[in-house]
Design a protein around this ligand. Structure first.
Ligand code: G1P
Length: 292
């Protein structure tokens, strides 16, 4: 069965990026001219997803407004003949069916995913973290689409993996397993934020997942774990005891915009790839680099 549903958790406080995120959701922070969440939604749409559930919370209303149509703005752009901008703005509200659900208390990523139960039903679904952009290298195919191909071949859950430095493993969910093909691993371990000594590898779970609906049963039985939160990784580790699960080490870059340094790096790198500003931005960067 093809994957047509996606869940995007976007309820977190964004404490690593205060004060900017006091009233603006971190997912709405722009990279060049587009909010981060829109890159994530576009990755879904280009991968064949038709229905998206965003898990939001207090202070996140801007996400809803961004994806609803704005008649007043569209009329103004139409009246003034700004056709390209009008098409861009219309596209945002038309590209997918986007639904919203409230997570009242922030009890962790696992709890956020549980809020998708009604939406997910008995279908497989993709899960994408709303503050992270993945950019494939040497491919126009989104990472999620590439993962779907693994899912379709294996008929089991798939998680995106990225190699990280050993001293950074405690920031991530870390996977252990055996390489069975180029960049594909049959997983046998998953640990949330382990110490470097406990970590089964340096392969970190990287913001994209495809799940069979059974993950929800495991989540409903998952007690609080690291940081006193319901951890998705803990539910995955339990599921792994009964079901196969695969890791896909993608070729590409991960941009987590939830902290200030990565946010600035992301804007520079994606700015350098943006038709409107790449030339002038490159010249500017060369100039200031020469002055450092
Ligand atoms: C979450 C997950 C973790 C994963 C990370 C990056 O952690 O719990 O397993 O490696 O996202 O995708 P967080 O960044 O919310 O602490």
């Amino acid at each position: 069965m093809p994957v047509t549903k996606a869940v995007i958790p976007a309820a977190g406080f964004g404490t690593r990026f205060l004060p900017a995120t006091k009233s603006v959701p971190k997912e709405m922070l722009p990279v060049v001219d587009t909010p981060t969440i829109q890159y994530v939604v576009e990755e879904c749409v280009k991968s064949g997803i038709t229905d998206i559930l965003m898990v939001i919370g207090r202070g996140k209303r801007a996400l809803e407004e961004h994806f609803y149509s704005s008649e007043e703005l569209e009329k103004r752009l139409g009246d003034s003949g700004q056709v390209t901008l009008l098409e861009n703005v219309r596209h945002i509200s038309e590209m997918a069916n986007i639904h919203f659900v409230w997570q009242k208390e922030l009890n962790g990523l696992g709890d956020a995913v549980s809020h998708g139960r009604t939406f997910i039903g008995n279908d497989p679904f993709a899960l994408l973290l709303g503050d992270t952009i993945l950019k494939p290298t040497d491919s126009t195919k989104p990472i999620l689409r590439q993962m779907m191909e693994v899912y379709e071949a294996k008929k089991s859950s798939v998680v995106a993996l990225e190699e990280v430095a050993r001293d950074k493993v405690s920031r991530y969910g870390i996977a252990g397993g055996n390489g069975i093909a180029d960049n594909i691993f049959a997983l046998d371990q998953l640990v949330e934020k382990p110490s470097p000594e406990e970590a089964p590898s340096n392969l970190a779970v990287a913001a994209r997942y495809i799940f069979q609906p059974e993950i929800l049963d495991y989540l409903s039985k998952t007690p609080r774990g690291k940081n006193n939160e319901i951890q998705l990784t803990d539910a995955m580790a339990e599921m792994l005891k009964d079901h196969g699960m695969y890791g896909f080490r993608f070729a590409g870059k991960r941009y987590d915009i939830g902290n200030k340094l990565d946010f600035i790096k992301t804007n520079i790198e994606l700015g350098l790839a943006h038709d409107d500003i790449s030339g002038e931005l490159a010249a500017y960067l060369k100039n200031i680099a020469a002055e450092l």
